[in-house]
Design a protein around this ligand. Sequence first.
Ligand SMILES: Nc1ncnc2c1ncn2[C@@H]1O[C@H](COP(=O)(O)OP(=O)(O)O)[C@@H](O)[C@H]1O
Ligand SMILES: [Mg+2]
Length: 259
Amino acid sequence: MSELINEHTQTILGGKGSGKTTLLIYKGVDLIHNSRKVVLIDCGGVITKTKLSQYPEQIKAKIRLMGLQRKGLEAILGSKKQLKFLLTGLLSNDRKLTILRLELTSQESRYFFDCVSEYLLRYKNLIILIDESQEVLPQNGRENYSQELERLVRVGRNYNTVIFLASQRPQFLNKKVMALSDIFYFGNIQYYLDSRICAEILGVSLTKDKNNLRRGLKSLKLGKFYRIKEGRIEIINYDISSGKEQTTSTKDITWLGGE
Ligand SMILES: Nc1ncnc2c1ncn2[C@@H]1O[C@H](COP(=O)(O)OP(=O)(O)O)[C@@H](O)[C@H]1O
Ligand SMILES: [Mg+2]
């Protein structure tokens, strides 16, 4: 059974190697069954054929991989026809998860989003997963920040568009944009400053609770995430061979102070 999406913005935070990209890919593949168009945009430029080869056959069969390099970007910036061509390519197949790997600098990726976001908004009912989203929605550094992507996140909910943002450095992802999230996923986080952002998101203020949260985030195993929704924390686990999500326990946020 694939889930119906009522939450329009979801944010996935976790250190490098905590399983974020895998979670995005499995979520994306699961969501194609809602007869929505699902696009994963890889701002880190790391999702390659080789990387995908480790996934089970039944998952790989549902993925289409495209790449965009500087030359392609120049073409779409220079011609509406090329832009339409790219969008048609991205959105033509609703039976598969389309992954677009951006082989671009942060600034070029920002140009890309400034250019396509307006069109993506018009399509409605899209599901857009953005990996390494801090590249285009940074907390600092206005020159790489895509106002158009922010608008897509803000206004997209009125068009029934669902956006997932993933980032490996919570402190570098823009807080105003994160604040729009209905659901958060936290994976393994080692850095103090990153777990501090998670405490802020949860509204955890007591030192004891912050320390417990930090310890919890530090010890989360690969593929395990805290999912925070409406004041509750679920601990979920992703099975790599099936992509099945298992909830191992559900707790109130006050649990942080209790154990
Ligand atoms: N649920 C899981 N179970 C087992 N291995 C996993 C799981 N999720 C990810 N992995 C493996 O861990 C590695 C890092 O995962 P990845 O999703 O790329 O992490 P991230 O995007 O957070 O850096 C990959 O080689 C992947 O195959
Ligand atoms: Mg990744």
